[in-house]
Design a protein around this ligand. Structure first.
Ligand SMILES: NC(=O)c1ccc[n+]([C@@H]2O[C@H](COP(=O)([O-])OP(=O)(O)OC[C@H]3O[C@@H](n4cnc5c(N)ncnc54)[C@H](O)[C@@H]3O)[C@@H](O)[C@H]2O)c1
Length: 277
């Protein structure tokens, strides 16, 4: 199922690389021939990513994307290791859920700090390095399908991800003159959680998954396929776009019928008249 892209020698930063989709993207960029800087604030998870990859083309840095000095350190490490930056993937995020009546302001600030401020800080620092190095570049941001629905408990997370979609469009317009293309992927439900799941989570997924159009969660590789495409020459005319990778979850629920009978039998739909009783 893996989509083949070649990015020989390209210099890539992947944030949030200590687990989940970030870890898989690190592996996929390496397999495409790129040199990768994996960044995360979770030192233990990041070390595991490095061990699993076992590649001389992989460097890593423990840093917090929501702090200006963290973002600056990540970009400086990529420039120092690889001589410049070609591709930035702003994948790091946090996704706590609570009803807005229960939400704690410090959690709200943390979510916006990582998901929005972090995306901004990393984009600004990396774009400056790309411009200074004379590199055309790609920046790929992350949103979520939850931006499209009023999903209980997601006020903070969903609005922070929607902000990244807006940010992507503005960044795409401003950075186009520097040949930096900025896009955003919006995953639906992706199977990234370590197993076994907590019981309440397992129960709610057990209800949600059968209602998805494809009746299954996505794989991290299926998100990575789209990110690699957006990073590749094949995507040279795409900027500012938000691409859903959600198995259709944003457009509706699973259809199981063979046909749909018209329940309103009162009308003859061709003549518009009431059908004879
Ligand atoms: N998994 C899904 O179902 C899903 C659905 C929609 C969108 N997404 C988006 O996809 C992306 C990856 O999702 P995932 O499920 O792999 O996430 P995850 O929670 O498994 O991993 C996120 C990583 O980001 C790191 N991180 C968090 N805060 C950080 C900070 N301040 N500085 C540096 N690193 C930090 C974490 O340590 C972690 O390694 C996220 O942007 C998420 O919003 C995921």
């Amino acid at each position: 199922m893996a989509f083949e892209v070649r990015l020989p020698g390209q210099s890539v930063i992947v944030t949030g690389a200590a687990r989940g989709i970030g870890r898989v993207m690190v592996q996929r960029f390496l397999a495409a021939g790129a040199r990768v800087l994996a960044a995360d604030r979770d030192a233990a998870g990041l070390a595991e990513t490095v061990t699993l990859a076992g590649s001389a083309d992989l460097a890593s840095i423990v840093a917090d994307v929501s702090a200006a000095e963290g973002a600056a350190a990540i970009v400086a490490a990529a420039v120092s290791a690889f001589g410049g930056i070609d591709i930035l993937v702003n994948n790091a995020a946090v996704a706590p859920h609570a009803t807005l009546l229960d939400e704690r302001p410090e959690v709200w600030d943390t979510v916006y700090g990582v998901n929005c401020r972090g995306t901004f800080l990393m984009t600004q620092a990396a774009a400056r390095a790309m411009i200074a190095g004379g590199n055309p570049g790609r920046i790929i941001n992350f949103s979520s399908g939850v931006t499209k629905r009023g999903s209980a408990g997601a006020a903070c997370y969903a609005s922070s991800r929607a902000a990244v979609e807006s940010f992507t469009r503005v960044a795409a317009i401003e950075l186009a003159q520097h040949s930096i293309l900025v896009t955003c992927v919006s995953p639906g439900l992706i199977d990234t959680q370590p197993k076994p799941l907590p019981p309440t989570m397992a129960e709610s997924l057990g209800r949600r998954i059968p209602a998805l159009p494809l009746a299954r969660p996505g794989e991290s590789d299926e998100v990575a396929n789209v990110v690699l495409f957006l990073a590749s020459e094949a995507a040279s005319y795409i900027t500012g776009a938000v691409i859903d990778v959600d198995g259709g979850a944003g457009i509706g629920s699973r259809f199981l019928g063979a046909s749909v009978p018209d329940e309103d039998v009162r009308y003859d739909w061709v003549t518009g008249r009431l059908a004879p009783a």
